[in-house]
Design a protein around this ligand. Structure first.
Ligand SMILES: Cc1cc2nc3c(=O)[nH]c(=O)nc-3n(C[C@H](O)[C@H](O)[C@H](O)COP(=O)(O)OP(=O)(O)OC[C@H]3O[C@@H](n4cnc5c(N)ncnc54)[C@H](O)[C@@H]3O)c2cc1C
Ligand code: SF4
Length: 467
C-alpha cells in the first residue's frame, strides 16, 4: 500500500482522566519512528497547496523531505527561514484550516500531520542544542517594537536578521504576549518551549525590556524623537476583555477569561510554590465558544471545579479549534449548547450562586454566513455554579492610540494599517491583533514579518533621500 494511504500517524497523548488533574502537556509529540512514518506520507507536491495556505509560507514539502531523510538539522534550518516560533506554531496553530486544510492528501485520505511534524523538528532542535540563528552585523539603525507577542517577536527577529538594532518594550514582566499569559501550560509549556524560542530571538541580538508600558513609561513620540529609533512597530495585541452587560456581572466570583488565565499562566497560580490567588470554585461556568473559552474551562477543571461551557450556537459553529473541543470533551467538560446567559444570580451576600440562561435556536445566516441564534421565548432555566468566567472576545487596548499623535484607529479601537503594516503616522507600523482584533498566532507572525520588510524599505528610503 502506498505510504500516503496509511492512516495519519496518531500522536501520543496523556490519558484524559489523568491529565484532567494536572497541568502537564496533553500532547506528547511524535517519536523519531512515528515522525519518519508520517513524513513518508507527504507526496512532495510540485505546486504545494499547503505552502500557499501557510500565512508565513514555510517550505513544508522540503522540511518534511528532510525529516524523511533523517536530517532534522536541515529540516530545522528550512523552517527557520520563515518561522521564528516553530515549536509554538506546531502546538497551537489551527493547521486544520490552514496548511493541513489545503493538503492534497486530505481530498481522499487524511492530510499530512504538518503541525505535529513541525513540532517534532523544533523539539528535536531544542533538546539537541541545535540553534538555527545567526547574528547579523549591525547596520547602525534602531527600531523599537512595542509588545512581545508573536507579531512583535516575528517583526523583531526579521529586522535583527537584517542587521537592525531592535529593542522590544513589553508591559508585562515576562515576554511572549498571549503565548505567555493566555495559552495554558498544558498546551504550551512556558519554561521549556516558549522561553527557548524567545531565547532564540534574543540570541539574534534583540533586546527585550519588560515592565515598560508604552503610552506611560515611554511614548511612540519619545522613542522616535528623543531615543533615536528610526521606526516603531506596534504589536500590542487585543487584550481588553468584553462583557455581556447582563445583571450580576459585577458579583464576586465573576471573572474575565483574561484575568483568570493571566493569574494561572503568567502568575503561576496553579503551582504550589507561587502565592497568586485564584478561584475556580466547585462549579464553574465558562461563557463563550472560542479557544479562550476552552482554555479557561480546561484550566478551571484542572483547578478542581466541575466545569461547563455555555455557548449560544451549536457545536458546528464553535469557533475553537476542533482538537481543543475534542480534548475538552474527553476531559469531562460539559457543553451547554444553544444556550445564552441572561443574568448572573446573587446568593444574597454578593457572591455568585448560579447563572440564568435562555435556550436558543438557529435562525437565518448573519453577514458572515453563520446562522444567528434566536432566543426561545419562555425557555429560561438556571444552572447552579459559584464561578462564572466570561470568554466573549477581546478588543485592542486604547492606550497607545490615545497617546500617539496622528495615529488613526477604527471604531472598534484597532490601529488602521495597510497590508504592509503602514499606519497613518510616518515611521510607525503596526500588525497582529492590535490591527485585526483577536485572531491567530500565525496571522500575527505573518503581519510582523510583512511589517519588518516594510520598515526595512522605509529606513532604506530615508537613507536614499539623505544621500
Ligand atoms: C487564551 C487564548 C488562547 C488562544 N489560543 C490560540 C490558539 O490555540 N491558536 C492560535 O493561533 N491563536 C490563539 N489565540 C490567539 C493568539 O494568541 C493571538 O491572536 C496572538 O497572540 C496575537 O499576537 P499579537 O502579537 O498581535 O498580540 P499579543 O499576543 O496579545 O501580544 C501583545 C503584547 O503587547 C503587550 N502590550 C500591550 N500593550 C502594551 C503597551 N502599551 N506597552 C507595552 N506592551 C504592551 C502585551 O502585554 C502583550 O505581551 C489565543 C488567544 C487567547 C487569549
Ligand atoms: S500538500 Fe500535503 S502532500 Fe503535498 S507537499 Fe503539502 S503536505 Fe505534502
Amino acid at each position: 500500500m502506498a505510504t500516503e494511504r496509511i492512516g495519519r500517524v496518531a500522536c501520543p497523548e496523556q490519558d484524559p482522566q489523568v491529565r484532567a488533574h494536572n497541568f502537564d502537556e496533553v500532547c506528547l509529540g511524535y517519536t523519531p519512528e512515528q515522525a519518519l512514518l508520517e513524513a513518508g506520507r507527504c507526496l512532495h507536491c510540485k505546486n504545494p497547496r499547503c505552502v500557499s495556505a501557510c500565512p508565513v509560507g514555510v517550505d513544508i514539502p522540503d522540511f518534511i523531505a528532510a525529516v524523511k531523510e533523517g536530517d532534522n538539522a536541515k529540516a530545522a534550518d528550512i523552517i527557520a527561514r520563515d518561522s521564528t516560533l516553530p515549536a509554538v506554531c506546531g502546538r497551537v496553530c489551527p493547521q486544520e484550516t490552514q496548511c493541513e486544510g489545503s493538503c492534497v492528501l486530505g481530498v481522499r485520505f487524511e492530510p499530512v500531520a504538518i503541525g505535529k511534524l513541525e513540532r517534532y523538528v523544533a523539539d528535536w532542535a531544542r533538546t539537541n542544542g541545535y540553534s538555527t540563528d545567526v547574528k547579523a552585523e549591525s547596520n547602525g539603525h534602531k527600531v523599537a517594537v512595542i509588545g512581545s507577542g508573536p507579531a512583535g517577536l516575528a517583526c523583531a527577529s526579521d529586522l535583527a536578521k537584517k542587521g537592525y538594532e531592535v529593542t522590544i518594550f513589553e508591559a508585562l514582566h515576562k515576554a511572549g504576549g498571549v503565548l505567555q499569559y493566555g495559552i495554558p501550560e498544558f498546551r504550551l509549556p512556558k519554561e521549556s518551549v516558549l522561553a527557548h524560542e524567545i531565547g532564540e530571538v534574543k540570541a539574534l541580538g534583540v533586546k527585550i525590556e519588560t515592565d515598560v508600558i508604552a503610552g506611560r513609561t515611554v511614548t511612540v513620540d519619545s522613542l522616535l524623537d528623543e531615543e533615536g529609533f528610526d521606526a516603531v512597530f506596534i504589536g500590542t495585541g487585543a487584550g481588553l476583555p468584553k462583557f455581556m452587560g447582563i445583571p450580576g456581572e459585577n458579583l464576586n466570583g465573576v471573572f474575565s477569561a483574561n484575568e483568570f488565565l493571566t493569574r494561572n499562566n503568567l502568575m503561576m497560580a496553579f503551582r504550589e510554590d507561587y502565592a497568586t490567588p485564584i478561584r475556580a470554585g466547585h462549579k464553574a461556568v465558562v461563557v463563550g465558544g472560542g479557544n479562550v473559552a476552552m482554555d479557561a474551562a480546561r484550566t478551571a477543571l484542572r483547578l478542581g471545579a466541575q466545569t461547563s461551557i455555555v455557548y449560544r450556537r451549536s457545536e458546528v459553529e464553535l469557533p475553537a479549534r476542533k482538537e481543543e473541543v475534542h480534548h475538552a470533551k474527553q476531559e469531562g467538560i460539559e457543553l451547554c449548547l444553544l444556550t445564552n446567559p441572561v443574568e448572573i444570580l446573587d446568593d444574597g451576600k454578593g457572591w455568585v450562586r448560579g447563572i440564568r440562561c435562555i435556550r436558543m435556536e438557529l435562525g437565518e445566516p448573519d453577514e458572515r454566513g453563520r446562522r444567528s441564534p434566536v432566543p426561545v421565548e419562555g425557555s429560561e432555566f438556571d444552572i447552579e455554579c459559584d464561578t462564572v468566567i466570561m470568554a466573549l472576545g477581546t478588543s485592542p487596548n486604547p492606550l497607545i492610540a490615545s497617546t500617539t499623535k496622528g495615529l488613526e484607529t477604527t471604531r472598534k479601537g484597532g490601529i488602521v494599517a495597510d497590508n504592509e503594516g503602514v499606519t497613518s503616522r510616518p515611521g510607525v507600523f503596526a500588525g497582529g491583533d492590535a490591527v485585526t482584533g483577536a485572531a491567530t498566532v500565525i496571522l500575527a507572525m505573518g503581519a510582523g514579518r510583512t511589517a519588518a520588510a516594510a520598515i526595512d524599505r522605509y529606513i532604506k528610503g530615508l537613507q536614499a533621500k539623505e544621500a
